[in-house]
Ligand binder design. Structure first.
Ligand code: SF4
Length: 213
């Protein structure tokens, strides 16, 4: 099973600001992955999870989305609890973690300064997200973590933003059989401030399982 679709280019340097930021990070942390991060998981998923962008000491360090920092802890725990993986934690790319009919990607594949990509970067990277969305099952569920992931997904699906407003817990049934579900991002900040509790995230996954039956 390949973890990449052909179109994704891990040497992409289209966003000059991000490319130059990654060069600086490579100097500072030579052991880090520090390239555009590929998606991880099944090639034709029933569940596609869309995050924001790699974190400095997480996906940017390890080369796997939501791996290496706090943001992935709750996510991988939930994926295992609800039958989408063989292990409850993701530690590195050699840990034998397998996702089951599930794939994780990011709206922006390169580490942005202060975790904040700018509009052009989200736009540039949208073609990779579009390719991901072209490779999910016909009745797949797309879980958008946070407003930027949500908007990038709506854009990649060529839908009208005003018809699909982000709200935690929102479920949008699309005319083609697929479903978008919104959740607050499982970031350290959101979980520590209880904006997103474990119960809230678990409820999101319960809804995913109901729709996925
Ligand atoms: S953010 Fe996306 S489009 Fe921009 S350089 Fe990285 S991989 Fe390429």
């Amino acid at each position: 099973m390949s973890n990449n679709h052909e179109i994704f280019n891990e040497n992409c340097t289209q966003c000059a600001r991000l490319s130059s930021f990654l060069s600086q990070i490579r100097q500072k942390y030579p052991e880090y992955y520090s390239k555009p991060v590929p998606s991880f998981g099944s090639d034709r998923p029933d569940l596609l999870i869309v995050g924001l962008a790699p974190g400095l000491h997480g996906a940017n360090a390890t080369g796997r989305p939501f791996t290496g920092d706090y943001a992935g802890i709750l996510l991988y725990e939930m994926l295992h609890k609800h039958g989408f993986s063989n292990k409850p934690a993701s530690s590195n790319t050699n840990d034998n973690l397998k996702l089951k009919k599930c794939r994780i990607t990011n709206a922006v594949r390169c580490l942005p300064p202060e975790n904040k990509p700018i509009g052009d970067e989200i736009k540039n990277c949208n073609r990779y997200l579009r390719e991901e969305l072209n490779n999910i099952e016909a009745r797949a569920i797309i879980l958008c973590l946070g407003v930027i992931a949500h908007k990038a997904t709506v854009k990649a699906l060529l839908l009208k933003q005003s018809d699909y407003q982000f709200k935690h817990g929102n479920i949008f049934k699309l005319s083609d059989g697929r479903t978008i579900i919104d959740s607050y991002h499982c970031s350290k900040y959101n979980t520590h401030t209880k904006r997103l509790t474990k119960k809230m995230f678990n409820d999101i996954f319960k809804n995913i399982k109901k729709i996925n039956k």
